[in-house]
Design a protein around this ligand. Structure first.
Ligand code: BEZ
Ligand code: FE
Length: 635
């Protein structure tokens, strides 16, 4: 390691010390002045030059440079530039084991690690090898003088990210922690100084020093969520490296805060702020760095895929990773929201009083005669108290919740069930469905009942039209019911119900005469039944009440994917409540009540011409063929 001002003069001696006499000089596009200085110092040792390094180290560029290296018999690599040029040098060293001398012009820090991130076919892959670690790093503060302020900020925050994630890495140790904390306070001090005067050499020196320290942390311990997200967004969506680090860091920290309270406290101290994540966000805005993924050109529609990829392979992180959690993090980062400071932990004495209170309430159920009631009530109290305490619930928030439930209750009646909607939209109905119903692969999966089933629907004969002339694309449904061995189940009672072409169930239409689009049919000796209806369409669940307001407030749509409901009951068998979804229909991926299962998405095949029972229809019609497999009671 050579650090200082004017250290470029020592490059030739370093190359010779490493046994090099034929140098391949690599440099980035914006550093031609620095490259010229290196060329001057190396003189005739420079055998070839390559200035085509690209972000995220694409393998295609590496292969081009490798060809040049081989045809010129280079025996030493000298790289002048930022992370991309260093990355190219490392990729070449990995393939040739040539010695490397790296002169960084940014604060990426990768010059002191044996890790390389390469991109091939749109995926960034990380490699690690002793051959990747540069033999010599020459830090010349002069080389960073002309780095524009914007790049100094994003590159400096990139360095900050290495230090932050080192502090909560499971592999960290006191030495690494010391380097990380030193790097953090240098960056917190240097960036505002540089924003005030981009030529401030002390600030430049501080930042380069911090980059070295932070890079050493990066090379010593594993990184977590933040780096994983940045690699994913860079490799799969082509987002710029340092800018992405800058936008994501405060949000990754906010996500991890509850899993690493001690590290966050030390980071906040080193930054001189109360809350680490909000403090980093404020530091970035104070020096005019980027704060939103949308400004970097990321499409909002890619956030879900980004979240999925970021948790696709497990890796160590202080807090558990969930697709929903990371999706929320990415949404905040996309909008550029300031992370909320973590709620202060309740005072210890208060803590004890609160847990005493919870235990007192739990004890009050101890004598409940029904053990199941006792168990459920005690569990509910514990969860409710814990929710209130950990979220530092305010009186007005609790009152809001009570008003919400009061309003939900007031809306309920024979044709409206707001509590079912609430349970469905929170996914609890699907949880209970999964816990209750047969999940063997031999049976048809179940799906939520929903609020629109009515007891005792009208009995209809096979072949009747249960739409009773309602508008819609005619649908011929030909259904069989078998047991798990495939034997027909005769005399099964099959209730079907669906909405009309406008998306309303009959019970929602007070002016409509009698039940429509709902019926009870019985299977024949072959376990079969058939009827006419209309093709189901997507429809919104009732959204004019508190549940609808909840969906709107959080940016969720109220639509259900198009489906037909079935309830099948046969002696000796478990009842099956399910739905068949229209393949290719809208909202299959975002059903508002989480009811869609792959096995229930089926073809409602378009047809033309003669119908199975000779009925004449105008234009096209659809056909649904499906066999339900129901479980024996003993299963
Ligand atoms: C339904 O499919 O009928 C439904 C299910 C849950 C909530 C609202 C409607
Ligand atoms: Fe429905």
């Amino acid at each position: 390691m050579i650090f200082g001002v004017g250290t470029v003069d020592q490059v030739r001696a370093e190359v010779e010390r490493l046994g090099g006499s034929r140098v391949l000089l690599l440099f980035g596009p914006q550093v031609s002045a620095a490259a010229a200085r290196v060329r001057e110092v190396l003189g005739e040792l420079v055998t070839a030059e390559f200035d085509g390094a690209a972000m995220h180290t694409p393998v295609t560029v590496t292969e081009e440079a490798l060809q040049l290296l081989r045809t010129t018999s280079a025996d030493c690599l000298v790289a002048v530039g930022g992370g991309s040029t260093t990355g190219l040098s490392k990729a070449l060293a990995l393939r040739t084991d040539l010695p490397q001398v790296v002169l960084p012009t940014t604060y990426a820090g990768s010059e002191v690690t044996s890790v390389l991130g390469e991109t091939a076919n749109g995926r960034k892959v990380t490699r690690s090898s002793p051959a990747i670690l540069p033999e010599t790093v020459v830090y010349d503060v002069d080389f960073t003088r002309s780095l524009p302020l914007g790049m100094s900020v994003t590159s400096g925050i990139n360095a900050l990210a290495h230090a932050v994630e080192a502090l909560y890495s499971a592999e960290s140790d006191p030495v690494v922690d010391g380097l990380a904390l030193d790097a953090i306070s240098r960056i917190a001090r240097a960036l505002p100084a540089l924003a005030a005067d981009p030529s401030d050499l002390d600030a430049r020196s501080d930042l380069l020093h911090a980059a070295w320290l932070a890079g050493t942390c990066l090379g010593s311990v594993g990184m977590g969520l933040h780096h994983k997200i940045c690699h994913t967004l860079g490799g799969s969506f082509g987002l710029p490296h340092a800018e992405t680090h800058t936008v994501v860091l405060p949000h990754a920290m906010a996500y991890n805060a509850s899993g690493a309270p001690d590290a966050m406290r030390r980071i906040a101290e080193a930054l001189g702020v109360d809350d680490a994540a909000a403090g980093v966000f404020d530091l970035i805005t104070s020096v005019h760095g980027p704060t939103a993924l949308r400004e970097l050109g990321m499409a909002e529609s890619d956030l879900a895929e980004g979240a999925r990829l970021a948790v696709a392979t497990p890796y160590p992180n202080p807090r558990d990773l969930t697709v929903e959690g990371i999706h929320g993090l990415l949404r905040d980062a996309w909008h550029g929201r300031r992370p909320q400071a973590a709620a202060p932990a309740p005072h210890r004495a208060l803590d004890t009083r609160l847990s005493d209170l919870a235990e007192q309430v739990v004890a009050s159920f101890a004598d409940a005669p029904d053990p199941r009631v006792r168990h459920l009530m005690q569990g509910l109290v514990r969860h409710l108290h814990d929710f209130a305490v950990t979220n530092d619930l305010t009186e007005s928030e609790w009152q809001y919740a009570i008003d919400f439930l009061t309003e939900a209750g007031a809306l309920c009646g024979p044709t409206r069930q707001e509590f079912v909607l609430l349970s469905d939209t929170l996914g609890v109905s699907s949880v209970v469905d999964v816990l209750t119903n047969s999940r063997t692969p031999a049976t048809t999966p179940s799906a939520v009942l929903g609020p629109f089933y009515t007891e005792g629907p009208p009995e209809r004969p096979h072949g009747s039209d249960i739409s009773d002339g309602q508008a819609g694309t005619p649908l011929w449904a030909d259904v069989r019911v078998t047991d798990t061995a495939g034997a027909p189940v005769p005399d099964a009672v099959v209730d079907v119900w669906q909405s009309n072409a406008e998306g309303f169930y009959d019970v929602q239409l007070p002016d409509l005469e009698g039940p429509v689009l709902r019926a009870r049919l019985r299977t024949d000796e072959e376990g079969r039944l058939f009827f006419w209806s209309t093709l189901p369409v997507p429809y919104p669940i009732p959204s004019d009440g508190p549940v609808g307001r909840m969906l709107a407030a959080v940016g969720r749509h109220p639509y259900r994917a198009p489906h037909l409901h079935f309830m099948i009951a046969a002696p000796g068998h478990q009842r099956l409540v399910t739905q068949l979804f229209v393949a290719g229909g809208d909202h299959l991926d975002s059903d508002s009540v989480f009811g869609v299962k792959d096995a229930l998405v089926v073809d409602y095949t378009p047809q033309h011409g003669p119908t199975p029972d000779g009925r004449t229809v105008d234009g096209g019609w659809r056909r649904l063929d499906y066999t339900f497999r129901i479980a024996p009671l003993a299963d």
